[in-house]
Ligand binder design. Structure first.
Ligand SMILES: [Zn+2]
Length: 278
C-alpha cells in the first residue's frame, strides 16, 4: 500500500482541526467538530481533542494490533476521557471528531466510518463512495432551515441561525435514532459503520481515498467533479491539488449564496491509498 496525504487548515484559521494518520497498514482522517458559541464544558477544544484521539489510537493499535477497528477506536475514546477528567464530559457539545479509518490486510480493506468523512474506492473498475449518512439524514431539515442562502456568510442573521442549528444538533449527538460521533462516549465506536472490501479477485480495491468534508465538498457541494474524477485528480496530481481546487471554489463563492454553507472555508484532509499496481 502506497499512501500519500495532505491536510490544511482553513485560510485564516490558527489551528487545523483535521488530522491525518498512518500507522503501518492503518490509515485515517479525522475532522474535529466545532460548536461555535455554545459552552462545551472543555477547556481544551476540538484541535486538542483530535490530536489526543490520534495519539491514543496509535497506542491502542500498538497494544491490540489484531483487534477490530471499532474496538481499537472505543479504547482510544475511553483513554481520551482520562486525558481531561476535569472537563464536563457529559456536555453534549464536548469536543468531537469524525472518523474515517481503513486497515489493509493481505486480502481485505477493513473500514470504519463515523460522521461525514467519506471513503471513496475504485473497486472492480467502478468507483463507490462509502459514507455514514446518519448525520445528514437527521440533520437535513435543520440544515435547510439554517442555510437558506438568503443572507451572507458571517452576517448576524447567519450566525444566529448557526447557533439555533447547533442547539438542535446537540439533542441528536450520540443518541440512538440520532447520529454517532467520536467524542466522550465509547459506545460511538460500536455504533460506527464498518465493513470490508476485497483486495484480491475481480472486485479488488485498487485505489481508495479518505476525505474530510472540507475536501469531499469538491464533489458533493461544489460539483467540481464526480467521485471518479476526484479519485483520478488525486492520483494524477496529488492530494494538495484537490485542496487547491476546493480553495478556489470556496473563494469564488465568498458569501455562500451559490453554495450555502456554515463557513467560507473549512479544514481539508486527503489520504490516498494505492494497492497492487494502481
Ligand atoms: Zn477538555
Amino acid at each position: 500500500m502506497i499512501v500519500t496525504t495532505a491536510t490544511e487548515a482553513a485560510p485564516g484559521r490558527p489551528a487545523n482541526e483535521d488530522q491525518v494518520f498512518q500507522q503501518g497498514r492503518v490509515v485515517g482522517v479525522f475532522d474535529g467538530v466545532t460548536a461555535p458559541d455554545l459552552p462545551d464544558g472543555c477547556e481544551h477544544g476540538p484541535a486538542w481533542y483530535v490530536r489526543r484521539l490520534v495519539t491514543r489510537l496509535r497506542e491502542a493499535l500498538a497494544d491490540a494490533p489484531a483487534a477490530a477497528l471499532s474496538e481499537v477506536l472505543g479504547q482510544a475514546i475511553t483513554r481520551v476521557r482520562g486525558d481531561h477528567p476535569g472537563c464536563d464530559l457529559a456536555n453534549p457539545s464536548t469536543p468531537a471528531s469524525t472518523v474515517c479509518l481503513v486497515r489493509a490486510d493481505a486480502d481485505h480493506l477493513e473500514y470504519l466510518l463515523l460522521g461525514d468523512s467519506p471513503l471513496v474506492a475504485e473497486q472492480g473498475g467502478r468507483v463507490v463512495a462509502l459514507t455514514d449518512d446518519r448525520f445528514d439524514l437527521v440533520y437535513a431539515d435543520i440544515r435547510a432551515e439554517a442555510l437558506r442562502g438568503d443572507v451572507p456568510l458571517g452576517s448576524a442573521e447567519h450566525i444566529a441561525r448557526q447557533r439555533t442549528a447547533a442547539l438542535r444538533k446537540q439533542e441528536l449527538t450520540n443518541t440512538p435514532g440520532g447520529y454517532w460521533i467520536a467524542a466522550a462516549d465509547p459506545r460511538a465506536a460500536a455504533n460506527a459503520i464498518t465493513g470490508r472490501l476485497p483486495l484480491t479477485g475481480p472486485d479488488e480495491v485498487r485505489r481508495a481515498v479518505l476525505l474530510t468534508d472540507g475536501a469531499s465538498c469538491a464533489v458533493d457541494m461544489f460539483g467540481l467533479f464526480d467521485w471518479a474524477g476526484l479519485l483520478d485528480l488525486v492520483t494524477e496530481q496529488g492530494p494538495e491539488e484537490l485542496i487547491r481546487r476546493v480553495r478556489a471554489a470556496e473563494t469564488a463563492d465568498r458569501d455562500g449564496y451559490a453554495r450555502p454553507r456554515h463557513k467560507r472555508h473549512d479544514d481539508a484532509t486527503v489520504a490516498l491509498c494505492r494497492f497492487g499496481t494502481a
